[in-house]
Design a binder for this molecule. Structure first.
Ligand code: C5P
Length: 231
């Protein structure tokens, strides 16, 4: 079995393309992320197939946010799909409701603190209180952990600070925004290498384009797991 610290983002338009990519990757990858972009393209059916027939682990990246009753009902329904990780926004009421919905299953709830695409001006526009983003991220992470989150989604640049939070003891840190040395950053701004992210305390790294746009995706994935193993 390959190193499940690498999670490959299946950022392709539909389940057929997703299945083809997982065929190419074969036993080089054992953990996949399915996002909102694929939901209407058969994402949940693909999640089921990868899990039940291929023994892969599945991270459903839905970033849920709603009133508590709705979040709890949505998560209770999703928990029947035998998923491994599910994202919700890190507001304590959302995290608590998601954990209630996941109770009795193995589904782990990961909280998003502040989307990495937002800057201070966006937070001002959304009436989010003053403060540096790294401080707000750490505070929101601590509150999400207190509310029961099994883990946090974070930029690799925040991993070390979050790992040191007392509330993070025994919880997961999962970092997208990871680029092997020399890889194209694309639209990611705050990036780190796989080895750096793991050394800073990430339990899993999420990698999309450096794998699925590679000429040889399987070789790209294997290079990343080799880098992690050496970290
Ligand atoms: O292609 P790339 O490696 O940048 O893909 C990263 C994946 O992680 C994408 O699916 C993206 O939506 C997701 N993600 C992210 N930053 C976050 C949360 C999720 O890049 N803060």
């Amino acid at each position: 079995m390959s190193d499940d610290r690498l999670i490959v983002a299946l950022d392709v338009p539909h389940a057929v393309a997703g299945l083809e990519l997982t065929r190419q990757l074969g036993d080089a990858v054992s953990f996949y992320k399915i996002g909102l972009g694929m939901l209407t393209g058969g994402g949940l059916a693909l999640a089921n197939e990868l899990k039940q027939e291929h023994g892969k682990r599945i991270f459903l990246d839905m970033k849920l946010f709603d009133i508590s009753a709705t979040v709890e009902a949505a998560v209770r329904g999703l928990a029947q799909f035998d998923l491994d990780f599910l994202t919700v926004h890190g507001d304590p009421h959302v995290v608590r409701a998601a954990c209630e919905g996941a109770a009795g299953s193995d589904l782990k709830i990961l909280a998003v603190t502040i989307l990495t695409s937002l800057d201070r001006a966006d937070l001002d526009a959304a009436l989010i209180r003053d403060g540096d983003i790294p401080d707000l991220v750490a505070t929101r992470a601590a509150r999400a952990f207190e509310a029961g989150a099994h883990g946090i989604i974070a930029s690799p640049n925040e991993a070390a600070v979050l790992r040191d939070l007392p509330e993070a003891e025994g919880r997961l840190i999962v970092t997208p925004g990871v680029r092997p040395a020399g890889a194209d950053a694309g639209d990611q701004k705050r990036i780190a290498t796989p080895a750096r992210a793991i050394a800073d305390g990430a339990d899993h790294i999420v990698v999309g384009r450096p794998v699925h746009l590679a000429e040889d995706p399987r070789a790209a994935a294997k290079a990343i797991t080799a880098e992690i193993a050496a970290a």
